[in-house]
Design a protein around this ligand. Structure first.
Ligand code: TGC
Ligand code: FAD
Length: 392
C-alpha cells in the first residue's frame, strides 16, 4: 500500500492568519485523508465506484454541514473551517469533495435557510451523520448554464403537489435518500421540493462512462407524476435566487477545494523532480523544471491569499456572489493548469495511477464545468464590473 507523503506548501506563512481551531480542524481532516482516503482512492477511481465506506469518516471530520448550527446536528464551525475541510478532502480527491459539498451546501444549506423548523429537525441531524444522503437537482438536459429556463414543474392538486420533469448530471443521485429538486409552479415561480427515494414515479438512473470524477456517483432524476406531500416544499425562498444562493456556498467550497488539488499536484511534482535523475542530475536542478515549479507555487500562494480573504468576507457576511465567482473560476483554472504542468514533470510516470496527478487533472475537467462553467463565471465578473449582462 502506498504511503501518502503530502506536505502542504505555505510559502507566505499563511498559517499565521489561521486560528488554533482552524489548524485543529485542518489537521484532523488531513490525518483522515492520509489514513482513510488516500490508500483506497485510486482503486475506487479505476473501478469508477463511489467508496461508501468513507461516509462515516466524512461525517466524523465535520464534512457534512460543518457550518450548520449544533442544534441541528452540524459542527457550528465558521466559513474558513468549512473551506479548509473542502481543501483537505479535495487534496485527496475531487469526487469525494463533491459528495461532501453537495451534502453540506446544496442539501443541508437549503433546508436550513429556506425550510421550516419541522423540516430542519426532521432532516438535518440525519444528514450531518451521513445516515441520510442527499442530492441537488437543478440542471436539466436542455438547461445547464441557463437554469432559469427549466421545464420541471409541479401542480397543486389540493392535498399534494404533482411533480413532472427530469434532471441530469446530478452528483450523489444514484444512492441519495432524498433530492432537493428545483421546479416551477403553475405561475412559473421556482421552488425547492424535498423528494424522497421510494416516492412512486421517482427514479435515479446512473450515468456511466465518465473519464472524470469517477469516485463520485452521477445520475439523472426522473419525475413521472410524483406525488410530493405539501409539507416537503421549502417555503422561505423562491425564484432563481434560491438555488443560486446554495450555489454561492458550494462555489465558495470549491474555490478552497481546487486549491487542495493544486497543492497535491505541486507537492508530488516537487518531490519527484528532486528524486528523478536525468543527465546525471536531478531534473529539479534544470531551469525548465524550476520554471514550472516556481510558477506553480506562485499561483498557489496567490490563490491561498484570495481564498483566505474570501473566507473572512464570508464570515463577516460581506461577500458578494461575484467575488465567489472570481475565486471559483481562478482557483479551478489554476489547479487544472498546475495538474497539466505537474503531469509533465513526472514524464511517463505521470500518466499512471501510481501518482495522484492524472486523477486530479481528469477530475478538474468536471470541476471547471460544474457549479457554473469557466465562461459563465467570467461573464458574472464582466456583468458585475460593467453593469451589462452578456448572457442573454
Ligand atoms: P439573473 O437574472 O442574473 O438572476 C435571477 C435571480 O437570481 C438572483 N441571483 C442570485 N442570488 C443568489 N446568489 C447568486 N449567485 C445569484 N445570482 C443571481 C438575482 O438577483 C435574481 O433575483 P431576482 O429576485 O431579481 O429574481 O439570472 P440569469 O437567468 O441571467 O442567470 C444568471 C446566471 C447565468 C449567472 C446563472 O443562471 C448561473 O449561475 N448559471 C450557471 C448554472 C450553474 O451554476 N449550475 C450549477 C448546477 S449545480 C452543480 O453543478 C452541482 S455540482 C456539485 C458537485 O458535485 O460539487
Ligand atoms: P452548457 O450550458 O450547454 O454550456 C456549453 C458551453 O457553452 C460551455 O462552455 C459554456 O460555458 C458555454 N456557454 C453557455 N452559455 C453561454 C453564454 N451565454 N455565453 C458564452 N458561453 C456560454 N448539476 C446539478 O444540478 N446538480 C449536480 O449535482 C451536478 N453535478 C454534476 C456533476 C458532474 C460530474 C458534472 C459534469 C456536472 C454536474 N452538474 C450538476 C451539471 C453542471 O452544473 C452543468 O454541466 C453546468 O452548469 C453546465 O451546463 P451544461 O453542461 O449543460 O453546458
Amino acid at each position: 500500500m502506498k504511503t501518502d507523503l503530502f506536505e502542504a506548501p505555505d510559502y507566505y506563512n499563511l498559517d499565521d492568519l489561521l486560528s488554533e481551531e482552524h489548524k485543529l480542524v485542518r489537521s484532523a481532516c488531513r490525518d483522515w485523508v492520509k489514513r482513510e482516503l488516500s490508500p483506497i482512492i485510486e482503486d475506487s477511481a479505476q473501478r469508477a465506484e463511489f467508496p461508501k465506506k468513507l461516509l462515516s469518516g466524512l461525517a466524523e471530520i465535520g464534512a457534512f454541514g460543518s457550518y450548520i448550527p449544533e442544534e441541528y446536528g452540524g459542527a457550528g464551525l465558521d466559513q474558513i473551517s468549512y473551506g479548509l475541510i473542502m481543501q483537505e478532502i479535495e487534496r485527496g480527491d475531487s469526487g469525494i469533495r463533491s459528495t461532501a459539498s453537495v451534502q453540506s451546501s446544496l442539501v443541508m444549506y437549503p433546508i436550513w435557510k429556506y425550510g421550516t423548523e419541522v423540516q430542519r429537525k426532521k432532516y438535518l441531524p440525519a444528514l450531518a451523520t451521513g445516515e441520510l444522503m442527499g442530492c441537488f437537482g437543478l440542471t436539466e438536459p436542455d438547461h445547464g448554464s441557463n437554469p432559469g429556463g427549466m421545464v420541471t414543474n409541479f401542480r397543486d392538486m389540493g392535498d399534494h403537489f404533482l411533480l413532472n420533469g427530469a434532471k441530469m448530471w446530478i452528483s450523489n443521485a444514484p444512492f441519495a435518500d432524498l433530492a432537493i429538486v428545483w421546479a416551477k409552479n403553475e405561475e412559473g415561480r421556482i421552488y425547492g421540493l424535498i423528494v424522497e427515494r421510494g416516492m412512486e414515479g421517482f427514479t435515479t438512473p446512473e450515468t456511466h462512462n465518465k473519464w472524470s470524477l469517477r469516485t463520485s456517483a452521477t445520475g439523472e432524476l426522473i419525475f413521472d407524476n410524483v406525488k410530493v406531500p405539501k409539507e416537503n416544499l421549502l417555503p422561505e425562498k423562491s425564484g432563481l435566487g434560491a438555488p443560486l444562493g446554495c450555489l454561492d456556498s458550494a462555489r465558495y467550497g470549491i474555490a478552497w477545494g481546487a486549491l487542495g488539488a493544486a497543492m497535491d499536484c505541486y507537492d508530488t511534482a516537487l518531490r519527484y523532480a528532486k528524486e528523478r535523475i536525468q543527465f546525471g542530475k536531478p531534473i529539479a536542478a534544470t531551469q525548465l523544471q524550476q520554471k514550472k515549479l516556481a510558477e506553480m507555487i506562485t499561483e498557489i500562494t496567490k490563490a491561498q491569499l484570495l481564498t483566505w480573504r474570501l473566507g473572512v468576507l464570508r464570515n463577516e457576511d460581506r461577500v458578494t456572489s461575484a467575488q465567489i465567482s472570481m475565486a471559483k473560476r481562478n482557483n479551478v483554472d489554476m489547479a487544472l493548469h498546475i495538474a497539466r504542468e505537474a503531469r509533465q514533470v513526472l514524464g511517463a510516470m505521470g500518466i499512471t495511477g501510481d501518482y495522484s496527478i492524472m486523477r486530479h487533472m481528469m477530475n478538474l475537467e468536471s470541476v471547471v464545468t460544474y457549479e457554473g462553467t469557466h465562461d459563465i463565471h467570467l461573464l458574472i465578473t464582466g456583468a458585475d464590473i460593467t453593469g451589462f449582462s452578456a448572457f442573454k
